[in-house]
Structure formats: structure tokens, C-alpha cells
Design a protein around this ligand. Sequence first.
Ligand code: FES
Length: 103
Amino acid sequence: MTNYFEHHVFFCLNQRADGAACCADKGAEAAFDYMKSRVKKLKLSGQGKVRINRAGCLDRCGEGPLLVIYPQAIWYTFVDNDDIDEIIESHIMNGKVVERLAI
Ligand code: FES
């Protein structure tokens, strides 16, 4: 059986109410919006290709912001849109893990 999506990306967008470290306080929502729009613009989204999804807390709060790409189960952190572009171009388009952003 083939995978429904070649790359399934989950962004932690969790906001913690207790003031503890969380991805929502570190630009996760903006990065999510950017990656979703870039993937769409590049015509990479859809069945057999790429899906970008919201997720709740992924339990690595202190390391955020973060996303994870399945089925490779590679976790990334990121700082800005350039990092997201690099993940798209290297990992998603060329199958090469971005080691400097992997956690
Ligand atoms: S808040 Fe992002 S992993 Fe918990």
C-alpha cells in the first residue's frame, strides 16, 4: 500500500496558558501559514504529494517551534521563512534532510 501523502507535515501550534515555553509564542502560526501557501504555490499539495496540518502539543515544547514530517519522522525547528523554504526545497522536493534544522 502506498502512502496517501508522500510527505505529511504536522506543525505544533499549541498555546500554553501557564506561561511555559510553547510553539505558539515562537512564530509557529506564521510559519505554518507560510509553508502552506508556499507548498500550494509550488503545486506540491494534494493526494500523493504534500499535506500541511495543524497539530496540538507534540510534547517537545522546550525545543520549539517545531514541525515533524512523516513518514520519515524527521523533526525540524525553524527561525524564519528562509528555514521553511530550505525544508521545502531540500527535504520535500529533493528528499534530503536539512541536518542543521533537524532535532
Ligand atoms: S507547545 Fe509545541 S511541542 Fe508543546
